[in-house]
Design a protein around this ligand. Structure first.
Ligand SMILES: Cc1cc2nc3c(=O)[nH]c(=O)nc-3n(C[C@H](O)[C@H](O)[C@H](O)COP(=O)(O)OP(=O)(O)OC[C@H]3O[C@@H](n4cnc5c(N)ncnc54)[C@H](O)[C@@H]3O)c2cc1C
Length: 416
């Protein structure tokens, strides 16, 4: 008799877990409530799939238990993931450490995973929603509902891998039901909150700067303390701010807003200059063209839509000549350019978030095997675990890595 492993969720973590378990000689069934597996993989990295990162380290992740991430990365560094995919047929390209399939298509990553699943005769059942997991003697019973919830079916397994993802990007089928399954087994769940997400503010100027992309730095201030900063292309939108640097700091905002703290985002549109340097630079621009009004002087310096917002917010009359402003006014203008303060009132929803922070408490998961410490024979993999990474391939890496570990241990469990 083969060891039977059921994998709940056919996302990045579940598909890799199924392959790893099958390679151990187990009979594997994937239960997926979408009509097909791997939907989210297809939208990663704007359809190009940033699979992992060569600069791997626990400092790129957040968790209530950082030691857990270290254990996973020590076992499965990025080289292991690269080799795994290379052996499945994916040639990769490295862009400053960010790794992508050379095809430029996330679909090739999903395709090779599906081919390997099929080679190992892994059974893939779609349109089945796992509703309950119970231990019955030394077997695990999995209850599913299908056919618009009317039909119930029961499966029996020796091991179950829960790889249900999170609430993020919920247009790809994520409903958070995995948390409920884990909770019913006695697991503690850290409240899931959107991470890698856009930040929302208020103000008439938002409509005016919408659509502008600008190189800058963003820092997040909570109760007068800077808790995160990043630099890169900031996208100014009609609801607030977006772009990779904003995503990178967003999980701290989610956390602070959840604790009802006041959050400020401070934007520096001249991150390469200090305040004095910026002042000197504006003086020089005036000296070069003393005939220009402030509005004209700003042409060629920043996007016009952004300049006009900044001039207005500094309460400067753009028609006036730079030399007509007092030193105090000029300083105030410099402050708006390099320290534009934006109160943050919220984040976008789970649907727009790339990942969730929070999830299954890692103190209740064996970091060497991914086995639950609440119900033996049950394993966890992927984003439903309380670990979130920054942008750059870190979240997929964690999904693949935990999938490999969980699959290997669940699949090899009853080996003689
Ligand atoms: C737009 C977008 C772009 C991204 N880009 C990147 C990127 O380039 N690089 C990167 O590293 N990360 C990226 N991420 C994050 C990354 O995609 C996720 O962290 C990763 O896919 C998580 O994998 P997972 O298997 O844990 O979860 P998922 O991929 O979400 O898979 C979970 C699966 O379980 C199924 N499921 C859930 N509950 C049940 C149930 N009760 N019964 C049956 N099935 C169930 C779901 O339908 C889903 O198929 C991106 C995310 C988004 C939304």
């Amino acid at each position: 008799m083969h060891n039977h492993v059921i994998v709940v969720g056919g996302g990045a973590a579940g598909l890799v877990a199924a392959i790893a378990a099958a390679r151990e000689g187990s009979h594997v069934t994937i239960l997926e409530h979408n009509d097909r597996v791997g939907k989210k993989i297809l939208v990663t990295g704007n359809g190009k799939c940033n699979m992992t990162n060569q600069n791997m380290g626990s400092e790129y992740y957040r968790s209530n238990n950082p030691g857990f991430v270290e254990q996973v990365l020590w076992k499965i560094p990025s080289e292991t993931i690269l080799r795994f995919f290379e052996e499945l047929g994916i040639r990769t390209v490295d862009k400053n450490g960010y790794v992508y399939p050379a095809s430029g298509q996330a679909s090739s990553v999903l395709d090779v995973l599906r081919m390997e699943l099929s080679y190992h005769n892994v059974v893939v059942e779609t349109n089945v929603h796992v509703d309950e997991i119970r231990k019955i003697k030394d077997k695990i019973q999995v209850k599913v509902v299908c056919g618009e919830g009317k039909e119930k079916k029961y499966y029996e397994a020796d091991s179950v891998i829960l790889a249900c993802g999170s609430l993020a990007g919920n247009h790809t089928g994520n409903d958070g039901s995995g948390y409920e399954l884990a909770r019913k087994m006695g697991h503690h769940i850290y409240k899931p909150l959107p991470a890698l997400v856009q930040l929302r503010s208020k103000g008439d100027f938002l409509k005016q700067w919408a659509g502008v992309r600008v190189d800058g730095a963003v820092s997040i201030w909570i109760d007068g303390e800077c808790i995160a900063k990043d630099r890169g292309e900031i996208q100014l939108t009609d609801y607030g701010i977006s772009g990779i640097p904003v995503f990178q700091v967003s999980r701290f905002v989610s956390e602070a807003l959840e604790r009802k703290k006041q959050v400020l985002a401070r934007l520096d549109f001249f991150p390469d200059m200090n305040r004095h340097g910026l002042y000197r630079y504006l003086e020089k621009r005036f000296e070069d063209c003393p005939y220009k009004s402030l509005d004209d002087m700003m042409v060629g310096l920043l996007n016009k839509k952004l300049s006009s917002v900044l001039v207005k917010e500094a309460q400067m009359d753009g028609k006036r000549n730079w030399s007509s402003f007092s030193k105090v006014e000029k300083n105030r203008f410099c402050e708006i350019l390099d320290d534009f303060t934006l109160p943050i009132y919220g984040t976008n929803s789970f649907a727009q978030a790339q990942v969730c922070m929070g999830g299954v408490d890692t103190k209740e998961i064996n970091g060497k095997t991914m086995e639950s410490q609440k119900m033996s024979g049950v394993y966890f993999a992927g984003e439903m675990i309380d670990v979130d990474g920054i942008c750059g391939g870190y979240n997929l890496h964690f999904a693949w890595a935990t999938g490999l570990i969980a699959g290997k241990h669940a699949g090899g469990k009853n080996k003689i």
